[in-house]
Design a protein. Structure first.
Lengths: 282, 349
Protein backbone atom coordinates (compact mmCIF):
# COMPACT_ATOMS: atom_id res chain seq x y z
CA UNK A 1 0.00 0.00 0.00
CA UNK A 2 1.54 3.26 -1.10
CA UNK A 3 1.03 6.22 1.19
CA UNK A 4 1.49 9.90 0.55
CA UNK A 5 4.16 11.80 2.40
CA UNK A 6 2.58 14.22 4.87
CA UNK A 7 5.25 16.82 4.16
CA UNK A 8 5.89 16.83 0.42
CA UNK A 9 3.07 14.69 -0.97
CA UNK A 10 5.35 12.20 -2.73
CA UNK A 11 4.48 8.52 -2.88
CA UNK A 12 6.20 6.45 -0.22
CA UNK A 13 6.64 2.77 -1.15
CA UNK A 14 5.29 0.36 1.43
CA UNK A 15 8.73 -0.99 2.29
CA UNK A 16 10.18 2.44 3.13
CA UNK A 17 10.25 3.97 6.56
CA UNK A 18 11.08 7.37 5.08
CA UNK A 19 9.91 9.48 2.22
CA UNK A 20 12.36 8.96 -0.63
CA UNK A 21 11.88 12.58 -1.67
CA UNK A 22 12.15 14.62 1.52
CA UNK A 23 13.28 12.05 4.09
CA UNK A 24 10.24 12.57 6.32
CA UNK A 25 9.68 9.61 8.67
CA UNK A 26 6.72 7.66 7.36
CA UNK A 27 6.26 5.22 10.21
CA UNK A 28 7.64 1.70 10.40
CA UNK A 29 6.51 -0.33 7.38
CA UNK A 30 5.46 -3.36 9.44
CA UNK A 31 3.31 -1.14 11.63
CA UNK A 32 1.77 0.62 8.62
CA UNK A 33 0.90 -2.73 7.12
CA UNK A 34 -0.52 -4.41 10.20
CA UNK A 35 -2.24 -1.28 11.44
CA UNK A 36 -4.25 -1.00 8.22
CA UNK A 37 -7.99 -0.98 8.60
CA UNK A 38 -8.58 -4.22 6.72
CA UNK A 39 -5.98 -6.09 8.79
CA UNK A 40 -7.42 -4.76 12.04
CA UNK A 41 -10.98 -5.59 11.08
CA UNK A 42 -10.04 -9.13 10.13
CA UNK A 43 -8.26 -9.66 13.45
CA UNK A 44 -11.15 -8.16 15.38
CA UNK A 45 -13.57 -10.55 13.64
CA UNK A 46 -11.49 -13.55 14.74
CA UNK A 47 -11.15 -12.15 18.24
CA UNK A 48 -14.85 -11.33 18.60
CA UNK A 49 -15.82 -14.79 17.39
CA UNK A 50 -13.59 -16.38 20.06
CA UNK A 51 -14.94 -14.14 22.80
CA UNK A 52 -18.53 -14.95 21.74
CA UNK A 53 -17.76 -18.68 21.78
CA UNK A 54 -16.45 -18.53 25.33
CA UNK A 55 -19.38 -16.43 26.40
CA UNK A 56 -21.75 -19.09 25.16
CA UNK A 57 -19.59 -21.83 26.74
CA UNK A 58 -19.57 -20.03 30.08
CA UNK A 59 -15.76 -19.81 30.14
CA UNK A 60 -15.40 -16.06 29.76
CA UNK A 61 -13.66 -15.76 33.13
CA UNK A 62 -10.85 -18.08 32.08
CA UNK A 63 -10.51 -16.33 28.73
CA UNK A 64 -10.39 -12.96 30.48
CA UNK A 65 -7.56 -14.18 32.70
CA UNK A 66 -5.73 -15.46 29.67
CA UNK A 67 -6.20 -12.18 27.85
CA UNK A 68 -4.95 -10.26 30.86
CA UNK A 69 -1.83 -12.42 30.92
CA UNK A 70 -1.31 -11.73 27.23
CA UNK A 71 -1.59 -8.00 27.80
CA UNK A 72 1.48 -8.31 30.05
CA UNK A 73 3.39 -10.58 27.70
CA UNK A 74 6.92 -9.68 26.68
CA UNK A 75 9.19 -10.05 23.69
CA UNK A 76 12.14 -12.35 24.32
CA UNK A 77 15.22 -12.98 22.23
CA UNK A 78 17.62 -15.82 22.85
CA UNK A 79 21.36 -15.77 22.35
CA UNK A 80 24.53 -17.45 23.51
CA UNK A 81 26.75 -16.31 26.35
CA UNK A 82 29.24 -14.60 24.05
CA UNK A 83 26.59 -12.38 22.59
CA UNK A 84 24.89 -11.72 25.94
CA UNK A 85 28.27 -10.59 27.28
CA UNK A 86 28.90 -8.37 24.31
CA UNK A 87 25.46 -6.79 24.23
CA UNK A 88 25.34 -6.10 27.95
CA UNK A 89 28.81 -4.65 28.25
CA UNK A 90 29.13 -2.66 25.05
CA UNK A 91 26.82 0.07 23.89
CA UNK A 92 28.31 -0.26 20.42
CA UNK A 93 26.87 -3.71 19.94
CA UNK A 94 23.51 -4.15 18.31
CA UNK A 95 21.20 -7.12 18.15
CA UNK A 96 20.45 -7.53 14.48
CA UNK A 97 18.11 -9.35 12.23
CA UNK A 98 19.77 -12.65 11.44
CA UNK A 99 21.86 -12.89 14.51
CA UNK A 100 19.52 -15.43 16.00
CA UNK A 101 20.51 -17.89 13.34
CA UNK A 102 24.17 -17.38 13.93
CA UNK A 103 24.37 -17.41 17.69
CA UNK A 104 22.36 -20.56 18.04
CA UNK A 105 23.80 -23.78 19.23
CA UNK A 106 22.84 -25.44 16.00
CA UNK A 107 23.20 -29.16 15.86
CA UNK A 108 21.26 -29.61 12.66
CA UNK A 109 22.48 -26.92 10.31
CA UNK A 110 19.94 -25.27 8.08
CA UNK A 111 20.27 -26.43 4.52
CA UNK A 112 20.52 -24.09 1.58
CA UNK A 113 17.04 -25.26 0.62
CA UNK A 114 15.79 -24.03 4.00
CA UNK A 115 17.56 -20.78 3.38
CA UNK A 116 15.83 -20.33 0.04
CA UNK A 117 12.46 -21.09 1.62
CA UNK A 118 13.21 -18.66 4.39
CA UNK A 119 13.94 -15.93 1.90
CA UNK A 120 10.69 -16.63 0.08
CA UNK A 121 8.80 -16.45 3.38
CA UNK A 122 10.54 -13.19 4.26
CA UNK A 123 9.72 -11.65 0.93
CA UNK A 124 6.04 -12.58 1.25
CA UNK A 125 5.68 -11.27 4.77
CA UNK A 126 8.05 -8.32 4.67
CA UNK A 127 8.02 -7.13 1.15
CA UNK A 128 11.27 -5.22 0.73
CA UNK A 129 12.10 -4.63 4.39
CA UNK A 130 12.91 -8.16 5.59
CA UNK A 131 16.49 -7.18 6.33
CA UNK A 132 15.23 -4.69 8.92
CA UNK A 133 13.18 -7.15 10.92
CA UNK A 134 14.49 -8.53 14.19
CA UNK A 135 12.71 -11.66 15.39
CA UNK A 136 11.67 -12.37 18.96
CA UNK A 137 9.18 -14.67 20.65
CA UNK A 138 6.17 -13.66 22.71
CA UNK A 139 6.49 -14.98 26.25
CA UNK A 140 4.65 -14.81 29.56
CA UNK A 141 7.67 -15.89 31.61
CA UNK A 142 10.72 -14.22 30.12
CA UNK A 143 11.91 -17.52 28.69
CA UNK A 144 12.28 -17.88 24.95
CA UNK A 145 13.31 -20.45 22.39
CA UNK A 146 16.28 -22.39 23.67
CA UNK A 147 17.17 -23.68 20.22
CA UNK A 148 18.42 -20.16 19.50
CA UNK A 149 20.56 -19.85 22.63
CA UNK A 150 20.42 -20.40 26.38
CA UNK A 151 20.35 -16.76 27.46
CA UNK A 152 17.00 -15.03 27.22
CA UNK A 153 16.69 -11.28 27.03
CA UNK A 154 13.35 -9.64 27.70
CA UNK A 155 12.93 -6.35 25.91
CA UNK A 156 11.58 -3.22 27.54
CA UNK A 157 8.07 -2.52 26.37
CA UNK A 158 8.80 1.12 25.62
CA UNK A 159 11.63 0.21 23.25
CA UNK A 160 9.49 -1.90 20.97
CA UNK A 161 5.87 -0.81 21.49
CA UNK A 162 5.80 1.48 18.49
CA UNK A 163 7.82 -0.70 16.09
CA UNK A 164 6.83 -4.29 16.84
CA UNK A 165 4.13 -6.45 15.36
CA UNK A 166 3.21 -10.05 16.15
CA UNK A 167 2.46 -12.96 13.85
CA UNK A 168 0.39 -15.97 14.82
CA UNK A 169 3.32 -18.40 14.50
CA UNK A 170 6.81 -18.85 13.12
CA UNK A 171 6.82 -16.89 9.86
CA UNK A 172 8.25 -19.77 7.86
CA UNK A 173 5.55 -22.15 9.05
CA UNK A 174 2.90 -19.50 8.60
CA UNK A 175 3.83 -18.91 4.97
CA UNK A 176 3.91 -22.65 4.32
CA UNK A 177 0.42 -23.06 5.77
CA UNK A 178 -1.35 -19.96 4.61
CA UNK A 179 0.41 -18.18 1.78
CA UNK A 180 0.74 -18.56 -1.94
CA UNK A 181 3.50 -17.12 -4.05
CA UNK A 182 2.70 -13.68 -5.44
CA UNK A 183 -0.26 -13.31 -3.09
CA UNK A 184 -0.46 -11.18 0.01
CA UNK A 185 -0.60 -13.02 3.33
CA UNK A 186 -4.13 -13.63 4.64
CA UNK A 187 -5.62 -10.99 6.90
CA UNK A 188 -6.24 -11.30 10.62
CA UNK A 189 -3.11 -13.19 11.64
CA UNK A 190 -0.99 -10.22 12.61
CA UNK A 191 -1.38 -7.53 15.22
CA UNK A 192 0.41 -4.44 16.44
CA UNK A 193 2.18 -4.75 19.78
CA UNK A 194 -0.60 -3.11 21.84
CA UNK A 195 -3.11 -5.55 20.25
CA UNK A 196 -1.07 -8.70 20.79
CA UNK A 197 -3.60 -9.96 23.31
CA UNK A 198 -6.25 -10.04 20.59
CA UNK A 199 -4.07 -12.20 18.38
CA UNK A 200 -3.26 -14.48 21.30
CA UNK A 201 -6.93 -14.94 22.10
CA UNK A 202 -7.82 -15.52 18.44
CA UNK A 203 -5.07 -18.12 18.07
CA UNK A 204 -5.21 -19.94 21.39
CA UNK A 205 -8.78 -19.35 22.54
CA UNK A 206 -9.80 -22.79 21.31
CA UNK A 207 -7.40 -24.37 23.81
CA UNK A 208 -8.96 -22.57 26.75
CA UNK A 209 -11.45 -24.64 28.69
CA UNK A 210 -13.15 -24.37 32.06
CA UNK A 211 -10.39 -26.49 33.58
CA UNK A 212 -7.51 -24.41 32.22
CA UNK A 213 -5.40 -23.03 35.07
CA UNK A 214 -3.43 -19.79 34.99
CA UNK A 215 -0.28 -21.88 35.30
CA UNK A 216 -1.01 -23.40 31.88
CA UNK A 217 -1.04 -20.10 30.03
CA UNK A 218 2.70 -19.71 29.62
CA UNK A 219 3.21 -23.03 27.87
CA UNK A 220 0.21 -22.38 25.65
CA UNK A 221 1.74 -19.12 24.43
CA UNK A 222 5.24 -20.52 23.99
CA UNK A 223 6.09 -24.18 23.81
CA UNK A 224 9.84 -24.49 23.40
CA UNK A 225 10.18 -28.12 22.41
CA UNK A 226 13.99 -27.86 22.34
CA UNK A 227 14.15 -27.92 18.55
CA UNK A 228 13.11 -25.25 16.13
CA UNK A 229 10.66 -27.38 14.21
CA UNK A 230 8.89 -28.42 17.40
CA UNK A 231 8.53 -24.93 18.84
CA UNK A 232 5.08 -23.33 19.01
CA UNK A 233 5.00 -19.62 19.61
CA UNK A 234 3.78 -16.21 18.54
CA UNK A 235 6.52 -14.49 16.60
CA UNK A 236 7.42 -10.88 17.30
CA UNK A 237 8.74 -8.73 14.45
CA UNK A 238 10.67 -5.67 15.57
CA UNK A 239 11.63 -3.09 12.98
CA UNK A 240 15.32 -2.28 13.38
CA UNK A 241 18.05 -3.41 15.74
CA UNK A 242 18.40 -2.69 19.45
CA UNK A 243 21.23 -2.28 21.93
CA UNK A 244 21.70 -3.40 25.51
CA UNK A 245 19.62 -0.55 26.88
CA UNK A 246 16.53 -2.10 25.32
CA UNK A 247 16.91 -5.12 27.58
CA UNK A 248 14.81 -5.23 30.73
CA UNK A 249 15.92 -8.56 32.14
CA UNK A 250 18.15 -11.47 31.32
CA UNK A 251 17.55 -15.09 32.24
CA UNK A 252 20.36 -17.58 31.97
CA UNK A 253 22.48 -20.22 33.58
CA UNK A 254 25.40 -19.44 35.86
CA UNK A 255 26.92 -22.79 35.02
CA UNK A 256 27.16 -22.73 31.25
CA UNK A 257 30.24 -24.87 30.83
CA UNK A 258 33.84 -24.49 31.84
CA UNK A 259 35.28 -22.34 34.62
CA UNK A 260 35.92 -19.30 32.42
CA UNK A 261 32.41 -19.35 30.99
CA UNK A 262 31.01 -19.62 34.49
CA UNK A 263 32.93 -16.51 35.57
CA UNK A 264 31.78 -14.68 32.44
CA UNK A 265 28.19 -15.63 33.27
CA UNK A 266 28.60 -14.24 36.81
CA UNK A 267 30.08 -11.03 35.37
CA UNK A 268 27.20 -10.66 32.94
CA UNK A 269 24.81 -11.15 35.83
CA UNK A 270 26.65 -8.48 37.84
CA UNK A 271 26.60 -6.02 34.95
CA UNK A 272 22.92 -6.69 34.34
CA UNK A 273 22.02 -6.09 37.98
CA UNK A 274 24.27 -3.06 38.41
CA UNK A 275 22.74 -1.40 35.39
CA UNK A 276 19.31 -1.61 36.97
CA UNK A 277 18.08 -4.64 35.08
CA UNK A 278 16.79 -7.93 36.40
CA UNK A 279 18.66 -11.21 36.28
CA UNK A 280 16.94 -14.60 36.56
CA UNK A 281 19.01 -17.70 37.35
CA UNK A 282 18.08 -20.73 35.30
CA UNK B 1 39.35 -22.32 -1.60
CA UNK B 2 38.37 -19.80 1.03
CA UNK B 3 37.88 -16.41 -0.54
CA UNK B 4 37.37 -14.27 2.53
CA UNK B 5 37.24 -14.85 6.28
CA UNK B 6 36.40 -12.76 9.31
CA UNK B 7 36.94 -13.67 12.95
CA UNK B 8 35.37 -12.13 16.00
CA UNK B 9 36.99 -13.10 19.28
CA UNK B 10 34.33 -11.16 21.14
CA UNK B 11 31.50 -13.15 19.64
CA UNK B 12 33.44 -16.41 19.44
CA UNK B 13 32.51 -16.71 15.77
CA UNK B 14 34.25 -16.83 12.44
CA UNK B 15 32.53 -16.43 9.09
CA UNK B 16 34.02 -17.29 5.75
CA UNK B 17 33.15 -17.41 2.08
CA UNK B 18 34.34 -20.20 -0.19
CA UNK B 19 33.40 -21.60 -3.58
CA UNK B 20 30.35 -23.37 -2.15
CA UNK B 21 28.85 -20.55 -0.12
CA UNK B 22 29.06 -18.71 3.18
CA UNK B 23 29.67 -20.45 6.49
CA UNK B 24 30.30 -19.69 10.12
CA UNK B 25 32.29 -21.52 12.75
CA UNK B 26 31.78 -21.24 16.50
CA UNK B 27 34.67 -21.30 18.92
CA UNK B 28 33.00 -23.75 21.22
CA UNK B 29 29.52 -25.04 20.66
CA UNK B 30 29.43 -26.21 17.03
CA UNK B 31 32.61 -27.86 15.81
CA UNK B 32 31.67 -28.03 12.15
CA UNK B 33 31.02 -25.08 9.85
CA UNK B 34 27.36 -24.20 9.41
CA UNK B 35 25.98 -22.57 6.26
CA UNK B 36 25.12 -18.93 6.76
CA UNK B 37 21.76 -17.69 5.80
CA UNK B 38 21.33 -14.83 3.43
CA UNK B 39 22.55 -11.63 5.02
CA UNK B 40 24.26 -13.28 8.00
CA UNK B 41 27.75 -12.07 7.23
CA UNK B 42 26.84 -8.47 6.57
CA UNK B 43 24.65 -8.40 9.64
CA UNK B 44 27.43 -9.78 11.81
CA UNK B 45 29.87 -7.26 10.43
CA UNK B 46 27.38 -4.53 11.28
CA UNK B 47 26.75 -5.83 14.80
CA UNK B 48 29.25 -3.46 16.37
CA UNK B 49 31.48 -6.26 17.62
CA UNK B 50 35.12 -6.33 16.62
CA UNK B 51 36.04 -8.43 13.59
CA UNK B 52 39.37 -9.29 12.12
CA UNK B 53 39.62 -9.65 8.38
CA UNK B 54 41.82 -12.65 7.67
CA UNK B 55 41.80 -12.17 3.93
CA UNK B 56 42.08 -14.97 1.42
CA UNK B 57 43.78 -18.28 0.73
CA UNK B 58 43.25 -19.70 4.17
CA UNK B 59 42.50 -23.21 5.25
CA UNK B 60 39.66 -23.93 7.64
CA UNK B 61 42.15 -25.10 10.26
CA UNK B 62 43.89 -21.74 10.06
CA UNK B 63 40.61 -19.96 10.68
CA UNK B 64 39.87 -22.21 13.65
CA UNK B 65 43.30 -21.50 15.13
CA UNK B 66 42.88 -17.76 14.83
CA UNK B 67 39.34 -17.96 16.19
CA UNK B 68 40.43 -19.91 19.24
CA UNK B 69 43.25 -17.51 19.94
CA UNK B 70 41.13 -14.41 19.44
CA UNK B 71 38.32 -15.78 21.58
CA UNK B 72 40.72 -16.61 24.38
CA UNK B 73 42.52 -13.28 24.12
CA UNK B 74 39.31 -11.26 24.21
CA UNK B 75 37.99 -13.32 27.10
CA UNK B 76 41.23 -12.65 29.01
CA UNK B 77 40.88 -8.92 28.36
CA UNK B 78 37.24 -9.01 29.42
CA UNK B 79 38.06 -10.89 32.63
CA UNK B 80 40.99 -8.60 33.37
CA UNK B 81 38.82 -5.50 33.13
CA UNK B 82 35.93 -7.08 35.00
CA UNK B 83 38.32 -7.61 37.89
CA UNK B 84 38.24 -3.85 38.48
CA UNK B 85 34.52 -3.31 38.18
CA UNK B 86 33.39 -1.98 41.50
CA UNK B 87 29.81 -2.83 40.62
CA UNK B 88 30.54 -6.52 40.71
CA UNK B 89 30.62 -8.58 43.87
CA UNK B 90 34.05 -9.04 45.45
CA UNK B 91 33.95 -12.78 44.85
CA UNK B 92 33.19 -12.30 41.14
CA UNK B 93 35.93 -9.71 40.74
CA UNK B 94 38.36 -11.96 42.49
CA UNK B 95 37.48 -14.92 40.28
CA UNK B 96 37.67 -12.75 37.16
CA UNK B 97 41.09 -11.38 38.05
CA UNK B 98 42.49 -14.73 38.93
CA UNK B 99 41.10 -16.36 35.81
CA UNK B 100 42.64 -13.52 33.81
CA UNK B 101 45.89 -14.14 35.67
CA UNK B 102 45.83 -17.77 34.59
CA UNK B 103 45.11 -16.83 30.98
CA UNK B 104 47.93 -14.31 30.97
CA UNK B 105 50.37 -17.15 31.49
CA UNK B 106 49.98 -17.73 27.77
CA UNK B 107 52.55 -15.29 26.43
CA UNK B 108 50.55 -14.47 23.31
CA UNK B 109 47.37 -13.82 25.24
CA UNK B 110 49.37 -11.68 27.67
CA UNK B 111 50.82 -9.70 24.77
CA UNK B 112 47.40 -9.14 23.27
CA UNK B 113 45.97 -7.91 26.57
CA UNK B 114 48.97 -5.73 27.26
CA UNK B 115 48.88 -4.19 23.80
CA UNK B 116 45.21 -3.36 24.20
CA UNK B 117 45.66 -1.90 27.65
CA UNK B 118 48.57 0.26 26.57
CA UNK B 119 46.87 1.53 23.44
CA UNK B 120 43.91 3.38 24.95
CA UNK B 121 43.22 5.11 28.28
CA UNK B 122 41.78 2.82 30.89
CA UNK B 123 38.01 2.40 30.92
CA UNK B 124 36.17 4.63 33.30
CA UNK B 125 35.68 1.85 35.81
CA UNK B 126 39.32 0.87 35.98
CA UNK B 127 39.84 1.28 39.70
CA UNK B 128 43.09 -0.30 40.62
CA UNK B 129 42.47 -0.11 44.30
CA UNK B 130 39.33 -2.18 43.83
CA UNK B 131 41.14 -5.15 42.38
CA UNK B 132 40.93 -8.36 44.36
CA UNK B 133 43.91 -10.30 43.23
CA UNK B 134 45.78 -13.18 44.76
CA UNK B 135 49.41 -12.23 45.43
CA UNK B 136 50.54 -15.28 43.51
CA UNK B 137 49.34 -13.79 40.23
CA UNK B 138 52.57 -11.96 39.61
CA UNK B 139 52.10 -11.52 35.85
CA UNK B 140 48.76 -9.92 36.47
CA UNK B 141 50.06 -7.67 39.22
CA UNK B 142 52.96 -6.55 37.06
CA UNK B 143 50.63 -5.74 34.22
CA UNK B 144 48.35 -3.75 36.49
CA UNK B 145 51.27 -1.75 37.85
CA UNK B 146 52.57 -1.11 34.38
CA UNK B 147 49.21 0.01 33.03
CA UNK B 148 48.53 2.20 36.04
CA UNK B 149 51.83 4.01 35.86
CA UNK B 150 51.54 4.37 32.10
CA UNK B 151 48.14 6.08 32.09
CA UNK B 152 49.54 9.55 31.40
CA UNK B 153 51.66 8.27 28.55
CA UNK B 154 48.72 6.27 27.21
CA UNK B 155 46.67 9.45 27.27
CA UNK B 156 49.29 11.31 25.26
CA UNK B 157 49.60 8.51 22.73
CA UNK B 158 45.86 8.13 22.45
CA UNK B 159 45.24 11.84 22.03
CA UNK B 160 47.99 12.09 19.43
CA UNK B 161 46.57 9.19 17.46
CA UNK B 162 42.99 10.46 17.67
CA UNK B 163 44.05 13.79 16.25
CA UNK B 164 46.03 12.16 13.47
CA UNK B 165 43.15 9.81 12.71
CA UNK B 166 40.78 12.76 12.35
CA UNK B 167 43.11 14.77 10.18
CA UNK B 168 44.90 12.21 8.03
CA UNK B 169 42.22 9.65 7.16
CA UNK B 170 39.29 10.23 4.88
CA UNK B 171 37.20 7.45 6.44
CA UNK B 172 37.01 6.39 10.05
CA UNK B 173 37.08 2.69 9.17
CA UNK B 174 40.48 3.19 7.52
CA UNK B 175 41.80 4.84 10.66
CA UNK B 176 40.43 2.02 12.79
CA UNK B 177 42.00 -0.57 10.54
CA UNK B 178 45.43 0.99 10.89
CA UNK B 179 44.88 1.59 14.59
CA UNK B 180 44.11 -2.07 15.10
CA UNK B 181 47.21 -3.12 13.23
CA UNK B 182 49.40 -0.76 15.24
CA UNK B 183 47.75 -1.88 18.48
CA UNK B 184 48.03 -5.59 17.92
CA UNK B 185 51.54 -5.34 16.53
CA UNK B 186 52.52 -3.56 19.72
CA UNK B 187 53.40 -0.17 18.26
CA UNK B 188 51.43 1.89 20.77
CA UNK B 189 52.64 -0.32 23.59
CA UNK B 190 56.25 0.23 22.58
CA UNK B 191 55.77 3.99 22.33
CA UNK B 192 54.15 4.07 25.77
CA UNK B 193 57.00 1.98 27.14
CA UNK B 194 59.50 4.42 25.73
CA UNK B 195 57.63 7.40 27.12
CA UNK B 196 57.66 5.79 30.53
CA UNK B 197 61.21 4.55 30.39
CA UNK B 198 64.04 6.26 32.14
CA UNK B 199 65.70 6.99 28.82
CA UNK B 200 62.80 8.77 27.25
CA UNK B 201 63.09 12.52 26.94
CA UNK B 202 60.78 13.89 24.28
CA UNK B 203 61.20 14.98 21.58
CA UNK B 204 64.70 13.56 21.45
CA UNK B 205 63.73 9.99 22.01
CA UNK B 206 65.78 8.16 19.49
CA UNK B 207 64.23 4.82 20.21
CA UNK B 208 60.73 6.07 19.48
CA UNK B 209 62.00 7.65 16.29
CA UNK B 210 63.61 4.35 15.35
CA UNK B 211 60.40 2.56 16.15
CA UNK B 212 58.45 4.83 13.85
CA UNK B 213 60.97 4.27 11.08
CA UNK B 214 60.64 0.50 11.52
CA UNK B 215 56.87 0.55 11.37
CA UNK B 216 56.59 2.91 8.46
CA UNK B 217 58.67 0.54 6.37
CA UNK B 218 56.60 -2.49 7.39
CA UNK B 219 55.40 -4.07 4.15
CA UNK B 220 52.05 -5.19 5.52
CA UNK B 221 51.37 -1.83 7.02
CA UNK B 222 52.31 0.00 3.83
CA UNK B 223 49.98 -2.27 1.90
CA UNK B 224 47.22 -1.58 4.38
CA UNK B 225 47.88 2.14 4.36
CA UNK B 226 50.18 3.53 1.64
CA UNK B 227 50.42 6.93 3.34
CA UNK B 228 51.62 5.41 6.62
CA UNK B 229 54.94 7.28 6.57
CA UNK B 230 53.16 10.64 6.56
CA UNK B 231 50.71 9.47 9.19
CA UNK B 232 53.41 8.28 11.57
CA UNK B 233 55.30 11.53 11.04
CA UNK B 234 52.17 13.47 12.00
CA UNK B 235 51.73 11.14 14.96
CA UNK B 236 55.24 11.90 16.15
CA UNK B 237 54.64 15.64 15.77
CA UNK B 238 51.46 15.40 17.80
CA UNK B 239 53.20 13.36 20.44
CA UNK B 240 55.95 15.95 20.72
CA UNK B 241 53.31 18.61 21.07
CA UNK B 242 51.46 16.78 23.82
CA UNK B 243 54.29 15.37 25.87
CA UNK B 244 56.68 17.21 28.17
CA UNK B 245 59.16 19.42 26.38
CA UNK B 246 62.81 18.77 25.85
CA UNK B 247 64.79 18.69 29.04
CA UNK B 248 61.82 17.81 31.23
CA UNK B 249 62.05 14.20 32.16
CA UNK B 250 58.81 12.30 32.37
CA UNK B 251 59.83 8.95 33.57
CA UNK B 252 58.50 5.98 35.35
CA UNK B 253 60.82 6.92 38.18
CA UNK B 254 59.37 10.42 38.21
CA UNK B 255 55.86 9.09 38.07
CA UNK B 256 56.47 7.04 41.17
CA UNK B 257 58.38 9.80 42.92
CA UNK B 258 56.75 11.87 45.62
CA UNK B 259 58.97 14.84 44.89
CA UNK B 260 58.31 15.49 41.21
CA UNK B 261 55.15 17.54 40.81
CA UNK B 262 52.54 17.33 38.08
CA UNK B 263 49.37 19.18 37.19
CA UNK B 264 46.07 18.04 35.76
CA UNK B 265 45.07 19.67 32.49
CA UNK B 266 42.03 19.31 30.30
CA UNK B 267 41.49 20.17 26.66
CA UNK B 268 38.56 21.67 24.79
CA UNK B 269 37.23 18.20 24.03
CA UNK B 270 37.13 17.32 27.70
CA UNK B 271 40.09 14.96 27.54
CA UNK B 272 42.33 15.06 30.58
CA UNK B 273 46.05 14.63 30.89
CA UNK B 274 48.82 14.91 33.46
CA UNK B 275 51.73 17.20 32.68
CA UNK B 276 54.85 18.18 34.61
CA UNK B 277 54.10 21.23 36.71
CA UNK B 278 56.45 23.52 34.78
CA UNK B 279 55.26 22.62 31.32
CA UNK B 280 53.73 25.58 29.54
CA UNK B 281 50.05 25.43 28.68
CA UNK B 282 49.40 25.35 24.96
CA UNK B 283 46.27 26.55 23.16
CA UNK B 284 43.12 24.42 23.62
CA UNK B 285 44.40 23.12 26.97
CA UNK B 286 43.79 24.56 30.41
CA UNK B 287 44.66 23.76 33.99
CA UNK B 288 41.91 22.72 36.36
CA UNK B 289 43.75 23.77 39.49
CA UNK B 290 44.86 20.35 40.64
CA UNK B 291 48.52 19.52 41.13
CA UNK B 292 50.59 17.12 43.18
CA UNK B 293 52.47 13.90 42.72
CA UNK B 294 51.69 11.78 39.72
CA UNK B 295 49.59 9.42 41.85
CA UNK B 296 47.60 12.30 43.31
CA UNK B 297 46.90 13.66 39.84
CA UNK B 298 45.84 10.21 38.68
CA UNK B 299 43.56 10.04 41.71
CA UNK B 300 41.87 13.16 40.43
CA UNK B 301 40.75 11.22 37.36
CA UNK B 302 39.65 8.32 39.48
CA UNK B 303 37.40 10.58 41.53
CA UNK B 304 35.68 11.72 38.39
CA UNK B 305 35.29 8.11 37.42
CA UNK B 306 33.48 7.22 40.58
CA UNK B 307 30.82 9.80 39.86
CA UNK B 308 30.37 8.29 36.45
CA UNK B 309 30.05 4.87 37.98
CA UNK B 310 27.29 6.11 40.24
CA UNK B 311 25.51 7.33 37.14
CA UNK B 312 25.42 3.78 35.86
CA UNK B 313 23.66 2.62 38.96
CA UNK B 314 20.82 4.95 38.22
CA UNK B 315 18.21 2.75 36.53
CA UNK B 316 17.08 5.74 34.51
CA UNK B 317 20.56 6.26 33.15
CA UNK B 318 21.01 5.26 29.57
CA UNK B 319 24.66 4.39 30.11
CA UNK B 320 25.95 0.90 30.28
CA UNK B 321 29.27 -0.24 31.67
CA UNK B 322 31.69 -0.03 28.81
CA UNK B 323 34.55 -2.27 29.66
CA UNK B 324 33.50 -4.80 27.10
CA UNK B 325 34.04 -2.31 24.37
CA UNK B 326 36.21 0.47 25.60
CA UNK B 327 39.34 -1.18 24.37
CA UNK B 328 37.81 -2.64 21.28
CA UNK B 329 38.33 -1.49 17.78
CA UNK B 330 35.06 -1.70 16.03
CA UNK B 331 35.80 -1.93 12.34
CA UNK B 332 38.94 -3.82 11.86
CA UNK B 333 41.01 -5.54 9.29
CA UNK B 334 44.46 -6.89 9.08
CA UNK B 335 46.63 -7.76 6.13
CA UNK B 336 45.50 -10.80 4.32
CA UNK B 337 46.57 -14.35 4.84
CA UNK B 338 47.51 -14.19 8.48
CA UNK B 339 47.03 -17.48 10.21
CA UNK B 340 47.74 -17.93 13.87
CA UNK B 341 51.20 -19.10 12.91
CA UNK B 342 51.69 -15.99 10.83
CA UNK B 343 50.36 -13.92 13.67
CA UNK B 344 52.76 -15.49 16.10
CA UNK B 345 55.65 -15.37 13.71
CA UNK B 346 55.12 -11.68 13.14
CA UNK B 347 55.64 -11.14 16.84
CA UNK B 348 58.97 -12.90 16.78
CA UNK B 349 60.42 -10.57 14.22
Amino acid sequence: MIVKCGRCGSNIPESNDRCPTCGEHAGFPNIREVDSQEEQEALTRRYDAMVAKHRSDGTSDVLDSFEEALENSVAVVACDLHFARQLMTSSKTLYNNYYMGVTANIRKPATLEDDRNRRVADSILFNGYAQEIVFAALSLTGLGLSSYGRYFMTLRDITIANRATVLEENSFTFVQKHCKVLERPPLGYRATWPNRHKLGVAKLGTKITASTQNAHFASMVLSDGGERQAAEFIEVHIYGPFDGNAVESVAGSLKPGNEEEEIVAYIVRGVVISSGKKWVDL
Amino acid sequence: MIEQAYVSGQLGKAVYIDDAGEYFVCASDAPEPVPCRWGDIQTLLNSGAEFKDLGKKLQLEGIRDVLQFEERAHTALFLFLAGFDKNLEDSVRSRASNAAGNMLEDVYVARFVRNRLLSRPAPINFLVREAKILPAKTALLQLIRQVTVAQAAINWVSQAWDKVAREEFKFSHEALRVQQFLTDEGFFGYVVDELCSLKAVFPETERVGTLVRVYRSDVKLRKLCPQIAQILKSFMNQLVFLTPQKGVKSTRKDALSKEVLYKVVINDEGRGSIWPIHQRIVPSWREIGRSGTFAECLGCFLRVDREEIQAWQDPQSSRLPEYGASLDLTVVGSPSGRTKQGYIASRHK
